[in-house]
Design a protein around this ligand. Structure first.
Ligand code: GTP
Ligand code: MG
Length: 196
């Protein structure tokens, strides 16, 4: 699938205020600084999502309309330590309120930093999604920053951890926003789901 148009629609503080036109939604989430904004820009166009050196920028549910027929939803990062406990709670209920209740959610893309071994926080987040029967796909990010061997090792360690709990493993992609690796694969995956 090609992206012909990508426009920012609006940011919402909670699920109940999000658009109700029923267009399928593809949500992107991951730990803060995992490369979410960079990935969204790589998939769509430069400058659509704000990339920054300061973690924790996205604090709302941000809706982008792609090709006038599906929404890309940029969710706040989870597990960002440098915000207050109260704020963390608000963000968690914003994220879970969206993921657990959203009827239009076609797929959640969970971004995982391919440069590091599996983290408890990512595994916990994914296990919760699985328990709630929310469809998700893994996207390993920043693949350009490490060697092939370490990359494979980290990916396999992650899948190995998941297979301790789940019989069926989710689809996954390996990406680099820097080198535009995985762009076609992720977009085609979305295209297949929406039937375009
Ligand atoms: P927050 O919204 O702040 O939580 O972060 P984010 O997950 O949106 O990450 P962002 O895209 O802002 O990227 C964080 C940092 O990682 C930036 O310095 C990016 O330039 C860098 N980065 C992101 N993707 C890649 C990648 O594929 N390769 C490399 N080398 N660096 C990347
Ligand atoms: Mg971001």
């Amino acid at each position: 699938m090609e992206v012909n148009s990508a426009e920012f629609i609006a940011s919402f503080p909670k699920e109940s205020q999000c658009p109700t036109d029923g267009k399928p939604e593809f949500a992107f989430i991951g730990r803060s600084n995992v490369g979410k904004s960079s990935l969204i820009n790589m998939l769509t166009r430069k400058g659509l999502a704000k990339v920054s050196g300061t973690p924790g920028k996205t604090q709302l549910l941000n809706f982008f309309l792609i090709n006038k027929n599906w929404y890309l939803v940029d969710l706040p990062g989870y597990g960002y330590a440098r915000v207050s406990k109260a704020r963390q709670k608000t963000l968690a209920s914003m994220i879970n309120g969206y993921l657990y209740h959203r009827k239009a959610l076609a797929m959640a893309f969970v971004l995982i930093d391919s440069n590091i071994p599996p983290t408890r926080i990512d595994l916990e987040f994914i296990n919760n999604l699985g328990q709630q029967a929310i469809p998700f796909t893994l996207v390993f990010t920043k693949a350009d920053r490490i060697g092939k061997m370490t990359l494979e090792k980290n990916v396999n360690l992650f899948l190995g951890e998941l297979s301790k709990t789940w019989v069926q493993l989710p689809p996954y992609f390996i990406t680099s926003s820097e080198r535009k690796t995985g762009k076609e694969e992720v977009l085609n995956h979305i295209g297949q789901i929406i039937g375009k």
